[in-house]
Design a protein around this ligand. Structure first.
Ligand code: ADP
Length: 420
């Protein structure tokens, strides 16, 4: 039986819980054993401490690392094979204590109940420096083999998925080294020769090449629109200008869509930078025209990674100074910050994560040692699979294209059908 683990890594995004829930439930429905890894790659590198507390109730305790699963163990509600601690992951105080020192956890159907509507990631996420090094990834490989896990679904951004791709590419090397060092037996080596990895893109920036939408982007956009609407009331009342900074270092999707959805007056995104010499004048021309037409408010949306065409940063304070000094507008800066990430996922993110989570399990089950690791996407409303490495490589190329000032190229890489 496939033992499938799911983890969330990198920056959290709304819908990650819905993805975990879908993966766990689909895995169980397809006859796999389901695990979650807490705290992203960090949890996989750490594994379960020997001395960590294991619940003593036989009916609900998880199988010990590598131990065969007792399929005759009492079944829980829902009729699925032994789960451990109904909803334990959700019961914060108690759960945290019980889970101390344990990162790789067997889960059942009930453990993920109610996950779909909750923001962030309940199984935790982290940035893990150790996983960037080969030694860290080797520890992760050892922990996977120790727990008998042969398939991994990773939900994260391009960094997390780059890590996933590396782990899979190095897998033969890792288990060979673990065999030679005596950390795993010949039998384990023979059984776990192949690791299956599938990626799900959890990112609020909608910055992954080859997919129309990432899990969490729609919710973040929704939060931004709510915030801009609120700010607009004050802006109109006082006839003020607001410069609103939104997230997006290399990708202006949030800023662009928020500007369209809220009818902003002007925006700055990294992919379509203004001239270095006279961006101030161009902006002032548009904004004063809007004022002349009788608008009482001025809204400028600026992506975190905004710059001019020579890559000199354009910051909200710079824009504010121009609006105050040249146009004489009473101008305020609002940085939306982490409010954009938080809160319950909107319906679209729950649905996207659920469909993609289910597809990830199907992809695991369809995979052979020769199939490249896939990443699950969506294109023209159809859930897709494509090679993980291609999507990650193209996404990294976008950032590099922007760095060499090839802005058209960047947009073309993200969407091959892009035409100016
Ligand atoms: P995101 O997944 O949201 O893009 P990060 O870029 O911070 O977030 O990546 C999350 C984690 O993924 C990192 O803390 C690290 O553990 C792992 N990771 C990122 N890049 C790499 C890489 N090049 N090689 C191995 N692991 C990586």
């Amino acid at each position: 039986r496939t033992r499938l683990a799911c983890l969330t890594s990198g920056g959290d995004s709304a819908g990650m819980n819905a993805a975990v829930r879908a993966v766990v439930k689909m895995a169980i429905a397809r006859g796999c054993e389901a695990y979650v890894v807490r705290e992203g790659w960090e949890g996989l590198v750490r594994g379960n401490e020997e001395s960590s507390h294991v619940p003593t109730d036989n009916a609900t305790s998880p199988p010990l690392a590598g131990a065969p699963v007792d399929v005759n163990a009492p079944q829980r509600k829902g009729g699925f094979v032994a789960t451990y601690g109904e909803g334990e992951l959700l019961k914060e105080g108690e759960g945290e204590q019980t889970l101390k020192g344990r990162y790789i956890i067997r889960v059942g159907w009930d453990d993920v109940r109610g996950f779909a509507s909750i923001g962030g990631t309940l199984i935790g996420t982290a940035r893990c420096a150790a996983f960037r090094e080969i030694e860290g990834r080797r520890k992760a490989a050892l922990n996977l083999v120790r727990h008998g896990i042969d398939a991994l679904v990773v939900c994260g951004g391009d960094g997390s998925l780059t890590g996933a791709d590396r782990l899979r590419a190095e897998w033969p090397e890792h288990i060979q080294a673990l065999l030679e060092s005596g950390d795993i037996s010949q039998e384990q080596y023979d059984t776990y020769k192949h690791l299956n990895i599938v990626g799900l893109v959890g990112s609020i920036d909608n910055d992954m090449a080859g997919t129309d939408m990432t899990i969490g982007a729609t919710t973040a956009l929704h939060r931004i629109c709510d915030a801009v609407d609120s700010i607009s009331s004050t802006a109109s009342s006082h006839s003020r200008a607001f410069v609103i900074e939104v997230m997006g270092r290399h990708c202006g999707w949030l800023a662009l869509m928020a500007a369209i959805a809220t009818g902003a007056d002007y925006m700055f995104i990294p992919e379509r930078p203004p001239t270095a010499e006279d961006w101030q004048s161009s902006m002032c021309k548009v904004l004063s025209r809007h004022r002349d037409e009788g608008k009482r408010k001025t809204i400028v949306i600026i992506a975190e990674g905004a710059h001019d065409c020579n890559l000199n940063p354009i910051t909200p304070d710079m824009v504010k100074d121009v609006l105050s000094n040249r146009l004489g507008l009473d101008t305020r800066v609002t940085t939306l910050g982490h409010t954009q990430r938080g809160g319950n996922p909107v319906a679209y993110d729950r649905i996207l994560a659920t469909l993609q989570g289910a597809e990830a399990v199907e992809a695991v089950l369809a995979s052979t040692p020769n199939t490249p690791s896939p990443v699950i996407g969506i294109q023209e409303n159809k859930i897709t699979r494509q090679p993980l490495m291609d999507a990650v490589a193209k996404t990294q190329e976008v950032a590099k294209a922007i760095e060499r000032k090839d802005f058209e190229g960047a947009l073309g890489l993200r969407d091959p059908e892009f035409e100016d």
